[in-house]
Design a protein around this ligand. Sequence first.
Ligand SMILES: [Fe+2]
Length: 235
Amino acid sequence: MFSIDIQTKKNQESVNFKKNFEELIYKFSEVKDIEKIHEYKTSKELFSKGKDQDSWLHKQIYKDFDKCDKSKLIISYYQLCMKIKNELSNSTGIKNWAIQRFPSVRIQYPENISVFEFHKDNDYNHPLGEINIFMAITKCKGTATLNIEKNLGWSNYEPLILEAGEFAKINTSIFKHGDYINKENYTRISVDFRMIPTNVLNLSEVKNSLSKKRKFTENDYFRNSRDIEKTLKNS
Ligand SMILES: [Fe+2]
């Protein structure tokens, strides 16, 4: 039996990233509370294959990510990534990491899901050695969060409970996870992002991400941690 170990954490960088995320959403909507964003505009159709990253709000947020290093939100994302990467470097002795270039945004409106099926990320060609970080932009609880299996292969799912600004390191490349219909009467927003030692990535066979057809290399889906470090020095 191999059980998942979930430890939640919050730091200055995650709080700052959450604040910038909220600020961006307030720029293009008229709500005072992002958990009520569905009252401004929702997405009633149940998310399905190829459509779970496609709502009006996803499009607005990804438009900001397209500004890359000129996006205040992306810079704060990289600050968070580097904080986590430095902790991983200290605990493993590995200095060089590949970090997901832009985080994946999950939006779960009431009566909807945020990912279209229960899966392991490895089913979608993600390398097995990835570390996945799931971070709550709004609170995450009950049916308004990711449900992840407790024991590898047992399909015994438990909700990942987080306060806004908290994050957890989870291994979703091997542990199965997914969503139930959100019955909590608020919109859940979270991001997830991955990092992997460069030498481990280079050992893996290069495959494409199925959702956005990006290559799992340092020049596409991932970005080298040294390159990010340079960006942060210049920003
Ligand atoms: Fe996943």
